[in-house]
Design a protein. Structure first.
Length: 187
């Protein structure tokens, strides 16, 4: 269990960094959009590069840097109607099955995202624009980065939860009590 705690600590630190990067991306979106709106309506001269920058780099960074931390905190869509009416061990079985599905999805996104990134680097792919030819690889690397970190977290949680399945009932209940709680959900 000490190894699991150490892995959790390292992952939590990395997720803190990616959450900070996602917040910086959100801040950048607000600044660039505000400047573009001012230039467009006050100076009648919009920024020709702002939409490309936002769509190609900043918004994907916001999503994929935010993905690992939000997954770790349980801030994702979850259907837990059945979980309210079953015991701790069957609920943990459902959690483990859900982790297996998450591992499959994150692995597929990581794998195909990595192939896309490597292809963009190898071919030197760019998005032509009147202002600058935007390289695609910085945007493409965000997919395997974010999904790879979410994959590592889901594998870490899967191992801990799967090993807890054979533990005594009080340990199962303790693990389920530690799961992230979402605020604002209707009971």
């Amino acid at each position: 269990m000490m190894m699991a705690a150490k892995a959790d600590g390292v992952l939590t630190a990395v997720e803190g960094v990616t959450d900070t990067l996602a917040a910086l991306a959100m801040f950048t979106v607000m600044i660039v959009v505000s400047i573009d709106v001012f230039c467009r309506y006050a100076l009648n001269s919009p920024l020709p590069w702002s939409l490309d920058l936002l769509v190609l780099y900043i918004l994907p960074a916001l999503f994929f840097f935010g993905l690992p931390g939000s997954y770790a905190k349980g801030a994702h869509v979850a259907v837990d109607i059945i979980c309210n009416y079953i015991g701790a061990r069957p609920r943990l079985v459902l959690v483990v099955l859900g982790r297996m599905a998450a591992i499959a999805v994150f692995f597929a996104l990581f794998y195909y995202g990595m192939l896309r990134f490597l292809d963009a680097v190898e071919t030197g792919e760019v998005l032509p624009s009147p202002v600058v030819n935007w390289p695609i690889w910085p945007s493409a690397v965000l997919v395997p980065l974010g999904c790879g970190l979410a994959l590592v977290r889901s594998v870490e949680r899967f191992v801990v939860e799967a090993l807890t399945l054979s533990a005594p009932k009080d340990e199962v209940e303790q693990l389920l009590a530690l799961e992230p709680k979402q605020e604002g959900l209707a009971e």
